[in-house]
Design a binder for this molecule. Structure first.
Ligand code: GNR
Ligand code: NI
Length: 156
């Protein structure tokens, strides 16, 4: 089911999310399905559970290479190199900003059955993972952005 996206100003976006522990449950399957459906409906490349009001450490990402479900992610390492990119957020509609973050990262996470995985990411994937992991700790990109980017809206 497509859910309403919580917007900046809503406290649910500002708390620290708790770990997922109900692996293999219908409830977790439903959460992940709702998250993916909502992300695709809103044309996002990622979505974190608190954005639909659920304070749990679950993320979905699809940068055009298929759906990733990332649960209880933990950073293993960041690259020393950083890179700047313009970010937007479904919870901060109509705004964009320039954010500098590590260029690459390695993380440890679990899938919907609780199986551990290691993900190495760079480029847009690495960017999106970091943006979504921030959501799990109540951080929005606007907290980190160096400046806001004002541009004409692109035609739909
Ligand atoms: O759709 C999204 N696009 C995006 C672009 C640059 C950096 C991060 C993102 S994530 C965002 C969807 C969203 O708000 N996820 O939390
Ligand atoms: Ni976001």
């Amino acid at each position: 089911m497509v859910k309403n996206i919580k917007k900046i100003g809503d406290n649910v976006l500002r708390g620290k999310c708790r770990k997922v522990n109900n692996f293999g449950s219908e409830r977790l399957n439903l959460l992940l399905r709702d998250m993916a459906e909502t992300m695709y409906e809103e044309n996002g490349i990622g979505l974190a559970a608190p954005q639909i009001g659920i304070r749990r450490r679950a993320i979905v990402i699809d940068i055009g290479e298929g759906l990733y479900e990332i649960i209880n992610p933990e950073i293993v390492s960041f690259s020393d190199e950083t890179i700047g990119m313009v970010e937007g957020c479904l919870s901060v509609p109509g705004r964009r900003g320039y954010v500098v973050r590590p260029e690459k990262l390695t993380l440890k996470a679990q899938d919907r059955l609780g199986e551990e995985m290691i993900i190495e990411a760079e480029g847009l994937f690495a960017r999106c993972i970091q943006h979504e992991m921030d959501h799990l700790d109540g951080v929005l990109y606007v907290d980190k952005m160096e400046y806001e980017v004002f541009e004409e809206e692109e035609a739909e």
